[in-house]
Ligand binder design. Structure first.
Ligand code: PBG
Length: 310
């Protein structure tokens, strides 16, 4: 009765990687236990999530290299992997689960950056925002419930919000990756979406310096002023102080992303016999709730939900 924090499957968002084909499961080597699934497999995971009580899935496409380009225009294709994944989920479980879609160009660009770049490789903010707006509308039209811009361009939340209203998608929410750090913990994710080998340079001109906390509060304030319904802090465990500060300052739903490198680190600890998986998973996820999170994006979502359901 003295327990202050309760973790339930309803707190979890399950990130899934979509691949081409059908009947395809491709294990991601740097994320042991995580696979990319073709649309039918995504539908099966959606049914599983509903049974487990997980309220939301987060989708990421593994776009084939021949569909990538300098402009990332595949992001605007109404038949791209992301849209097919959304539709497969709707066919499988209807509105029985929330679908959160990532907005950024890195799964679609031949250079692996989140936006369009100039000749020197510098990301162009305003030109990128125009494409992100088109990408968001494309995802909303396919049935996304929550648009989650992870690109970190300035002004994109306001632009996406306005476009959604004008296109008749007023009920589609925006979860802003408001405080997203230029982190060393994203490596396995870049393998999973196929951008690691392509990425030229780094993302430090638009993602945040891990040394900064006040800047995170400024970023959150801007995204909320532009119309975000909720905000995200990313990565997770190393940044729980930021979660707490955001929660105390703004009193809005705050989410955290326990990212790929955090998952891999925990699995490596288990493989090395340094700890016990079930206990590590539940302790870390409970810590997110204690810090003030309304929910957590985690690759351990299904496993954690199984444990919590007993
Ligand atoms: C890209 C994006 C990244 C992640 C989510 N969206 C990687 C990056 O910024 O390079 C990372 C998630 C993870 O590591 O699990 N827009």
């Amino acid at each position: 009765m003295h327990r202050e924090t309760v973790l339930t499957p309803g707190d979890l968002i399950w990130p899934l990687f979509i691949s081409e084909g059908s009947g395809v499961e491709e294990p991601v080597a740097s994320l042991p236990g995580v696979s990319r699934w073709s649309a039918d497999g995504i539908a099966a995971r959606a049914r599983e999530a509903v049974e487990l009580g997980i309220p939301c899935l987060a989708l990421f496409p593994n776009t084939q290299p021949d569909r990538r380009s300098d402009t990332g225009k595949e992001a605007l294709n109404p038949d791209n992997l992301m849209c097919r994944g959304i539709r497969a989920i709707r066919e499988a479980v209807g509105d029985g689960i929330g679908v959160l879609t990532d907005v950024a160009l890195d799964p679609y660009t031949s250079h692996g950056q989140d936006g369009l770049i100039d000749d020197s490789g510098y990301v162009l903010n305003d030109a990128t925002v125009e494409v992100l707006v088109g990408q968001s509308l494309n995802q909303a039209a396919a049935g996304a419930d929550i648009i989650a811009p992870s690109d970190m361009m300035d002004g994109r939340i306001g632009a996406v919000r306005t476009a959604l209203e004008q296109a008749g998608h007023a009920n589609v929410q925006i979860m802003a990756y408001a405080a997203k750090y230029a982190s060393a913990f994203y490596g396995p994710f870049r393998d999973a979406v196929g951008s690691r080998g392509l990425l030229q340079g780094d993302k430090k001109t638009y993602q945040m310096d891990p040394a900064n906390g006040e800047e995170a509060l400024r970023e959150v304030a801007l995204d909320l002023a532009e119309g975000a319904d909720s905000v995200m802090v990313k990565p997770g465990l190393p940044y729980l102080d930021i979660v707490r500060r955001v929660k105390e300052r703004f009193e809005v739903p705050v989410f955290a992303y326990q990212v790929s490198g955090e998952y891999a680190m925990l699995e490596a600890a288990v493989a090395a016999g340094a700890g016990e998986r079930d206990a590590l998973v539940l302790e870390t996820l409970t810590s997110f709730k204690r810090a003030g999170c309304s929910g957590v994006l985690t690759y351990h979502a299904a496993h954690a939900a199984r444990l919590l359901n007993g």
